[in-house]
Design a protein around this ligand. Sequence first.
Ligand SMILES: [Zn+2]
Length: 118
Amino acid sequence: MTVYVLHIDPPFKHARHYIGFTPDPTADRRVSEHLNGLFKGTPLIKAALDAGHSVRLAHQFPGANREFERWLKDRKDVRSWCPCCGVNTRPIPSPGSISDAYRRKKAREQAEYQGRAA
Ligand SMILES: [Zn+2]
């Protein structure tokens, strides 16, 4: 499994990046599906390509899971470390850097959600 980051240039509407997950050992197959319009799960990328924006793989995290994908999305800081953006004010995060505090917060949110749904 792999978490990957696509960089959209120039930004499409307000979207500069797309963070995705694939069960594959690398993002290569999924990224080529994205770029060829074959992966149906992502209208954003298809719309950006159709509008003439360039989309490329900025970074991939082999071995990273869905929790890491969620964590990366919650951080909302891709621009500060994306190699394609070149801002480089933060290091590229690693799957090992998810904090216990984050896990506890997520578990609490999940419990609250289930409480409401019941
Ligand atoms: Zn970027």
